[in-house]
Ligand binder design. Structure first.
Ligand code: LLP
Length: 416
């Protein structure tokens, strides 16, 4: 994050001191830079400027209302995967006409809500879903726009848990089912097939795979138009990589070949970036509770864990971590672990870190995407506080949960 700088012996987000935030609201706390979110959005907008396009922010990356509101103000749409995400997108001011509903397991009640809200388009992922959607559209006396999410069998060359475009993945409909799809949609009464979609994976650190997917979709546009389906939108999903450690391509390197391929096809492009917009716009602040030395290992036991940021435990993901106070120079190898009763509860392993003590603060970088949105209450741990920064101003945009919040939905059947 450019807005995160070490200045005058302090880590500053925009013009606000991280230490001050930690002192005021405690830890663990997520801190987001709204200007960085805006800058990232504009970069994508710029890369696709020569073709009509919609940036549908993937809410799953971080659905904090202030973040989504910030994007709504810039004209963003939303890529959603649940009724809850539709609800939050609308609450944050995203017009339903800019909401795209993806997901392999849409429930009937979520479909009903989406139809009633008159969202823009459903990315449908199976024949059974097409049949259900048609039935429900008929029931609510509406015509519903659909895009078929194709599974192009393209390798995104990313962690296998976040690869979604290979035939063995559960996502999308195989290209060799095309004739069957054509038949089913032709027989439908209330569906308008006007888009094609593919999202092949997340955190792609090369551009070839996305270009390959775009080539496949571009061919499909011509083929389907030949079959008299008025295909108007090509949705290439998200997946742009961000720098956790290694350098990644610029947004324009992903976008240029796509724009070249599609610019003469008279289509609108939809993109669904999540991580690129918020990933490097957020950090996680955590405090060392204990330093523990074992035979040949040192642990920094911190107050954030896999319940706050599961990426290291789930994908072996690397997040840069630095001490808030950089005065200590001598280094040692440590594991940075949380308080949770799981050995997978680590933020970093065998990491060179300055010699630190309990009470010291750490900053976990690139934590804006798939951090708070994947949090859990395991071990009855409250969700972390979330803070947004705009220059010198900052505000709590999600309160830390209390223990009472955690029992809100429980019903004590056994009377005391
Ligand atoms: N569109 C669809 C249909 C998706 O499934 C996803 C992400 C996106 C867009 C946004 O992808 P992005 O631009 O953020 O890469 N929890 C994992 C990432 C899971 C991504 C799931 N789908 C992680 O922490 O790396």
């Amino acid at each position: 994050m450019e807005q995160l700088q070490f200045k005058k012996n302090e880590w500053i987000v925009e013009q606000t001191s991280l230490k001050k935030i930690a002192q005021k609201v405690g830890t663990p706390t997520y801190v987001y830079s709204l200007s960085t979110i805006e800058k990232n959005y504009f970069e994508i907008d710029q890369a696709y400027q020569s073709i009509p396009h919609l940036i549908a922010y993937a809410m799953k990356a971080n659905s904090n209302l202030t973040i989504v509101q910030t994007l709504a103000k810039l004209g963003a749409g939303a890529d959603v995967v649940s009724g809850g995400e539709i609800f939050k997108a609308i609450k944050a001011g995203i017009p339903p006409k800019k909401i795209i509903f993806s997901g392999v397991g849409k429930l009937a009640e979520e479909i009903k809500y989406a139809i009633q809200m008159k969202i823009r388009i459903f990315n449908v992922e199976s024949i059974e879903e097409i049949l259900l959607l048609d039935k429900m559209a008929q029931q609510f006396k509406q015509y519903v726009s659909i895009a078929i999410r194709f599974n192009p069998d393209v390798d995104a060359h990313t962690h296998h848990y976040i690869s979604t475009g290979k035939r063995e993945n559960k996502f999308g409909i195989d290209l060799n089912n095309l004739n069957e799809i054509i038949k089913v949609v032709r027989n439908s009464k209330h569906l308008k097939w006007n888009g094609v979609h593919a999202h092949i994976g997340s955190q792609m650190t090369q551009t070839r795979s996305l270009t390959r997917a775009a080539q496949i979709l571009s061919k499909l546009v011509s083929q389907l138009r030949g079959e008299a389906f008025p295909i108007q939108t090509v949705n290439l999903g998200g997946g742009y990589g961000i720098q956790y450690k290694e350098q990644v391509p610029k947004i324009s390197s992903y976008a240029n070949p796509i724009v070249q391929l599609l610019k003469d096809q008279n289509v609108d492009i939809i993109v669904e970036p999540g991580r690129y917009i918020v990933g490097n716009a957020g950090v996680l602040l955590t405090r060392i509770s204990y330093v523990k030395k074992k035979l040949n290992k040192i642990f920094y036991i911190v107050d954030a864990g896999m319940t706050d940021l599961i990426r290291p435990a789930l994908y072996g993901a690397y997040h840069q971590i630095t001490a808030l106070d950089k005065s200590q120079k001598s280094q040692q190898r440590v594991d940075i672990v949380g308080p949770i009763c799981e050995s997978a509860d680590f933020l970093a392993q065998n990491r060179a870190m300055p010699v630190l003590k309990s009470g010291d603060l750490l900053v976990v970088f690139s934590a804006g995407a798939y951090g708070s949105s994947m949090a859990s209450n395991y071990n009855v741990r409250p969700y972390a506080c979330e803070v947004a920064v705009r220059k010198k101003m900052w505000k709590i945009v999600r309160k830390r949960q209390t223990w009472n919040d955690l029992i809100q939905n429980e019903i004590q059947w056994i009377k005391k």
